[in-house]
Design a protein around this ligand. Structure first.
Ligand code: GLN
Length: 495
C-alpha cells in the first residue's frame, strides 16, 4: 500500500500545502485501494467520478493557495444511512435500494464545504439495526484482522465505514451511533471511534433509527484525525431541532509526549465487570488503568447501579421509536413498492414484508405492541423512567470522577459463523452492553485500540465523559494512544 495513505490528516495537509502531493493523486490512490480491497465489501457505492472531480477542484485550490480547511482534499467515506444528494442512499435495504436523496445530510454538506472528497457510501446492517454489518442486502462486510483471514465480523452497524478506513481507502469514515454502532466496529477493527455528545453534530439527513439517541460518529486511524473531522462537522444546525446552541470551540490537542494526566480522576465502573467479559479484555483494562495511575491519574472504583437495566430499557425504547420511524415506508411515498393492487392494506403488507428484513419487521411489531394504549404505561413510559435513572447514575458519578474507563466490547470480534447463529436480540445484549448506556445519557464516548489479542484481533477500551467534554476525552484518548502505540506495534493496514 502507498505510504501516503497511512499518514495522518495533518501531515497530508502539509504535503498538499507544500505542493509535494496533489489531492488528485491522493484520491486516485484511494480509489485504487478500494478496488484492491473489494473482497472486504466495505462499500455499497463507490463515487469515483464525483471524487475525481472534487479532488481536481481541491488540487486547483491548493495551487492557488486557497485551500478551504485542514481537510481540504482529504478522502472520506460515509455510511449509507446519511442522505447524499444525487447519490443512492440505501440503508442497505431493499426498501431504499433505489432511493436517491435530493439533499445532503448536514454532516456531508459541512465536510464537502471544507473540501473533503467523498469516495463512497459504506455498508451497514439494514437501517443501522445490528452490531455486525452482517444484515445487509449487499452481503456482510469482512474484518481485515485476525489469524484466520476473512472470517471475523467487523462489528456494526458502521462496519463498512470502519473497514474503509482500516484498509486505507480513505482517512475518515462517518458512521452513526445509536447504541454503539460507531464504537463497536472501531473496537473490532482497531480504530478510534467517537460518539459525540447528543446534539453536538447535526442529525439532519441521518435516516432516523432512534431519534432520541442517534448521533453521527467518526471513525479514524488516530485521535488527531478524529479531531480534524470533528472540528469541521460540530456545531449548531438550525435545521435540526435537537442540535445544541452552544458555539463550538475548535479542539487543539498538544503532541502526545507533551501531555499530562496528573491528578485526573478516572472512574472504573464496577458494573462493567460483567458476565461475558473476556480475560484478555479484562487484563487489558487493568493494565491501562495501572499505566494511567503510574502516569499520575487517580483511579477510583465507582458504581453506575442501573447499568443492568440498560439493555432491556434500550430495547423497548428502540423498538418503539423504530415502529414510529418505519411507518413512513408504506410503498406509497418512499422507496420500494410491491406489485400488489387488490387493496391498500395488502399493498402496505406486501411492501413491508418484502422491503424489510426480519430484524426490522420484528422491531416494528414489538414496538407497536409496546405502544398499544393498554401497554404504553407499562413498557414505554416505564422505560423512559429507567432511562432517566441511568442518566442520573452518570450525573452522580461526575461528582467524584472526570472520566470513566471501560471496555468498548466484552471480547474481540466474533467469528461470522458464531455471530449469525444468535438472534439480533441476543447480539444486542452482548455487543452493546458497554456502549449503549452513553446513548441513553447522551454523553460523549470514544473507543481507542490498545493492542492485539493472541489471535491478532484488536482489543479496545472506551472513555466516557460528561456532556460536551470532548476536548478532555480526546486529550486522554491521545495520551493513551501515545502510551500504547497501537498502529506502530501492529501490522496496520499492511494487507
Ligand atoms: N446494536 C444496536 C441496535 O441494533 C445499536 C445500533 C446502532 O447503534 N445503530 O439497535
Amino acid at each position: 500500500m502507498d505510504k501516503v495513505l497511512s499518514l495522518n490528516i495533518r501531515l497530508v495537509n502539509k504535503l498538499l500545502k507544500d505542493n509535494a502531493l496533489t489531492s488528485t493523486h491522493l484520491t486516485s490512490k484511494c480509489l485504487e485501494r478500494i478496488n484492491n480491497t473489494k473482497k472486504y465489501n466495505a462499500f455499497i457505492t463507490v463515487t469515483s467520478d464525483l471524487a475525481k472531480k472534487h479532488a481536481d477542484e481541491s488540487t486547483e485550490r491548493y495551487k492557488e493557495n486557497k485551500s478551504l480547511s485542514e481537510i481540504d482534499g482529504i478522502t472520506i467515506a460515509i455510511k449509507d444511512n446519511f442522505c447524499t444528494e444525487a447519490i443512492r442512499t440505501s440503508c442497505a435495504s431493499k426498501m431504499l435500494e433505489k432511493f436517491i436523496p435530493t439533499y445532503n445530510a448536514t454532516i456531508y454538506e459541512r465536510l464537502k464545504n471544507a473540501g473533503a472528497v467523498l469516495v463512497g457510501k459504506t455498508n451497514l446492517d439494514q437501517f443501522a439495526m445490528g452490531s455486525g454489518t452482517v444484515d445487509s442486502i449487499y452481503g456482510p462486510t469482512k474484518n481485515i484482522w485476525g489469524d484466520e483471514k476473512d472470517c471475523y465480523i467487523t462489528g456494526g452497524s458502521s462496519g463498512g465505514s470502519a473497514i474503509a478506513v482500516a484498509t486505507g481507502s480513505c482517512f475518515a469514515g462517518i458512521g452513526s451511533d445509536t447504541g454503539g454502532s460507531t464504537r463497536n466496529p472501531a473496537s473490532y477493527c482497531g480504530l478510534v471511534g467517537l460518539k459525540p455528545t447528543y446534539g453536538l453534530v447535526s442529525r439532519l439527513g441521518l435516516i432516523p433509527l432512534v431519534n432520541s439517541m442517534d448521533v453521527p460518529g467518526i471513525l479514524t486511524r488516530n485521535v488527531d484525525d478524529c479531531v480534524s473531522i470533528l472540528n469541521e462537522v460540530a456545531g449548531h444546525d438550525p435545521k435540526d431541532s435537537t442540535s445544541l446552541r452552544n458555539p463550538y470551540k475548535k479542539i487543539r490537542l498538544p503532541p502526545g509526549d507533551k501531555m499530562t494526566i496528573k491528578n485526573l480522576k478516572i472512574g472504573i465502573p464496577r458494573e462493567y465487570h460483567c458476565e461475558g467479559l473476556s480475560d484478555e479484555v479484562l487484563e487489558t483494562w487493568n493494565e491501562i488503568a495501572c499505566c494511567l495511575e503510574n502516569a499520575g491519574a487517580i483511579i477510583k472504583d465507582v458504581s453506575l447501579p442501573n447499568t443492568e437495566y440498560s439493555i432491556v430499557c434500550y430495547s423497548i425504547l428502540n423498538q418503539c421509536e423504530v415502529a414510529s420511524n418505519m411507518a413512513r415506508y408504506d410503498g406509497v411515498e418512499f422507496g420500494f413498492r410491491a406489485d400488489e393492487n387488490t387493496s391498500t392494506e395488502k399493498l402496505y403488507a406486501k411492501t413491508r414484508s418484502l422491503g424489510f428484513n426480519e430484524v426490522v419487521r420484528n422491531r416494528i411489531l414489538t414496538g407497536n405492541y409496546f405502544l398499544l394504549t393498554r401497554n404504553y404505561e407499562k413498557y414505554f413510559n416505564q422505560a423512559l423512567k429507567v432511562r432517566r435513572l441511568i442518566s442520573e447514575d452518570f450525573d452522580h458519578v461526575w461528582e467524584s470522577v472526570q472520566i470513566l474507563l471501560t471496555p468498548t466490547t466484552l471480547s474481540t470480534a466474533p467469528k461470522y459463523n458464531d455471530f449469525i447463529g444468535k438472534t439480533n436480540r441476543d447480539q444486542c445484549a452482548v455487543q452493546d452492553y458497554c456502549t449503549q448506556p452513553a446513548n441513553m445519557a447522551g454523553i460523549p464516548a470514544v473507543s481507542i485500540p490498545i493492542k492485539l489479542s493472541k489471535n491478532n484481533l484488536p482489543i479496545s477500551l472506551q472513555l466516557m465523559g460528561r456532556n460536551l467534554s470532548e476536548p478532555m476525552l480526546l486529550a486522554v484518548a491521545k495520551f493513551i494512544e501515545h502510551i500504547v502505540q497501537f498502529s506502530h506495534n501492529t501490522k496496520y493496514i499492511k494487507i
